[in-house]
Design a protein around this ligand. Structure first.
Ligand SMILES: [Zn+2]
Length: 157
């Protein structure tokens, strides 16, 4: 007969092995993406935060200390979006096409069909959201540029 401790260990090991299988991973991903599960987890976190406000403050401070650039960039991005009076319209897009002779700002080949509007200096690096900082690019070129800068997709439609 197994002792209780041995049984527990067996179950722990089994679960650990089982968690590595693709089926379990797929199931787990699906499970954790369910709206009701997400809401429950969020509520649990909120409850925990309310019970431990000082821990939350500490945790936030710690995170901010470890991610100074994220804080700087995200606030800058939010600021630019919120305070920018410049909204891109169709006239601006045709002006952009004229200004760049219909060429992609990155590879300098003609843009036909699909295009992206790209910030020459990304907003996350302090670029401004105005006509002078915009260029037409191929969607492909724009995404490659983003990869090289290790930036998320900045501005596209
Ligand atoms: Zn291009």
């Amino acid at each position: 007969m197994w002792t209780l401790e041995e049984k527990r260990k067996y179950h722990r090991d089994w679960a650990r092995r089982h968690r590595q299988t693709p089926e379990y991973k797929a199931y787990s991903e699906e499970y954790h993406n369910r709206p009701e599960v997400k809401a429950k987890k969020l509520a649990q976190w909120r409850g925990w935060y309310e019970r431990h406000p000082e821990r939350k403050r500490e945790w936030c401070k710690e995170w901010a200390k470890n991610n100074p650039l994220k804080i700087k960039f995200s606030t800058h991005k939010q600021y630019v979006k919120r305070h920018s009076i410049y909204k891109i319209g169709n006239a601006d897009i045709s002006k952009l096409f004229d200004g760049w002779d219909g060429l992609c700002g990155l590879c300098k080949r003609p843009v036909e069909g699909d295009y992206h509007i790209d910030h020459i200096i990304p907003l996350s690096r302090g670029g401004l959201h105005n006509q002078n900082n915009l260029q037409i690019t191929h969607p492909r070129c724009n995404c490659r540029k983003n990869n090289r800068l290790e930036n998320e997709c900045l501005f596209s439609w």
